[in-house]
Design a protein. Structure first.
Length: 259
């Protein structure tokens, strides 16, 4: 097959396959290259395609896989960049035999960094970690502040990571311990200053924001900015990524999502 992960399926081909209306959207192949190349149709009979629409004004909060439900991603073309919006809930399976009749849209390439972002975004929908409901309630105004600051600096801040203890629900009299890491891109010169300013803002307002909820205490240990070079894989393993579409652990009262 001529297909690989990240290839684009033309709008008219999407319509011909019955995946979308003729003028509705493109398709992005998200099946891994190894599975695409596997010609054992008993094991790998189909290809997964996610619907994508053209974006005129990309939203930085949908970059870098920050939002597990929506991704804005760039393809490189001869005339410049093509930015598409992908929605995690708009996925379809296409039989390999049907897709083999079509060719990828020529002239557009998803660069390696973009492909890694796509893979991270796809995985994020299944590896997101819910937070204890009592912690979410205590941090409600803190999260609102982070979201406000994050939207203003969407082009410079890659994401926010939290480490907290304990990982279970607490009574109001018992405080949580919390550390916040703000990770910024090295590609934008002003990113360090912007992330540091957010860290200072959150640190200075933290106690007042927690008190406003009257739901219990949270002790802030550190709230610091780190470049994407400084924040290591080990750090990621020790933290939970805070996404703009986070959910509390309300629907998982036994904490089964915290592992």
């Amino acid at each position: 097959m001529p297909w690989s992960q990240g290839n684009l399926l033309a709008m008219e081909d999407m319509a011909a396959l019955g995946l979308a209306k003729a003028d509705a959207c493109w398709g992005v192949v998200i099946t891994h290259d190894c599975d695409l190349a596997n010609d054992n149709l008993a094991l790998e009979p189909s290809v997964e395609v996610v619907l994508a629409q053209l974006v005129d004004s990309p939203d930085g909060n949908c970059r870098h896989a920050k939002n597990a439900r929506k991704l804005h991603l760039d393809w490189e073309g001869a005339d410049g960049l093509l930015c598409l919006e992908l929605l995690a809930t708009h996925k379809h399976h296409v039989a390999k035999g049907d897709l083999a009749q079509y060719e990828p849209v020529p002239g557009f390439m998803l660069p390696p960094a973009g492909k890694r972002t796509l893979q991270s975004w796809l995985a994020a929908r299944y590896r997101r970690q819910a937070l204890p409901d009592s912690l979410v309630e205590r941090l409600r105004h803190v999260f609102n502040r982070i979201e406000k600051q994050g939207k203003q600096q969407a082009a410079t801040v890659i994401g926010y990571w939290l480490s907290f203890a304990p990982a279970s629900e607490l009574e109001a009299d018992d405080p949580y311990d919390l550390n916040i890491s703000i990770v910024y891109t090295i590609d934008v010169p002003e990113a360090e200053a912007a992330a540091s300013a957010i860290a200072e803002d959150i640190s200075s307002r933290f106690n007042d924001l927690v008190v406003k909820t009257a739901a219990g205490g949270v002790v802030l240990g550190t709230c610091d900015a780190y470049s994407e070079e400084e924040f290591t894989l080990y750090d990621i393993r020790q933290h939970v990524e805070f996404r703009l579409d986070y959910l509390s652990n309300r629907i998982f009262p036994d904490g089964v999502e915290l592992g």
